[in-house]
Write a protein of this length. Sequence first.
Length: 246
Amino acid sequence: MPPRFRPDRAFFLDLDGTLFEIRTSPDAVRRDAAEVQLVGRLAEAVGGAVALISGRALGTIDALFAPLKLPAAGQHGAERRDAQGRVTRVELPSKPFQAAAKMLRGFAARHKGLLFEHKGLSMALHYRLAPQLGEEARDAVEQAASLLDSAMEVQSGKMVFELKPAGFDKGRAIEAFMREPPFAGRVPVFLGDDLTDEHGFRLVNDMGGESVKVGEGESEARFRLEAPAAVRAWLTQGLAEHAARR
């Protein structure tokens, strides 16, 4: 069961598998105008205290939600835009990063069904179309990580292994937002579906907030919704009830 919808909360929303159904590749994800309008209505109802928290790059997030431009953390917090529009990004050693990207791109090209995704500050090896290659994909990403010493770390997810800046995760991103207006002083609510979202669930739980796992699987989240469609229905109903009370 999900928590009761309350407009005095701060909402943090994952995208793939949470707001949107997961597709065979990141580029295959589509959103319609109703989904963008729903998130826009949510932001209006809660005084702008909505942030998008994703493994996707900030530019991709903005493209999915255009014309909205919300506070957002991309690439697991390696880049973040606050409510005032200020963007911060981690700096990485250029040559080793390029070498790691070249290694993983070549590995994916040699193995049918693997998809290499370069996000700018992180990269991913998707094996959804070749699940038998999961172990090999992990080994390749770990080998690429070794080229960057301690600057990067491996993050596992749903049918994907990612190479992301060390020390950044969705929990840290949420924590940063919660120190700033309009999020500060509110109770955080985080909705996510993947292993990468567990950092956020733990942080929100520690803050006395409401963590919502979308879909199946073990999780530290305190609440659960069965699928992205249920997330959209919960938000729609909550907003309708809020409007009726006003």
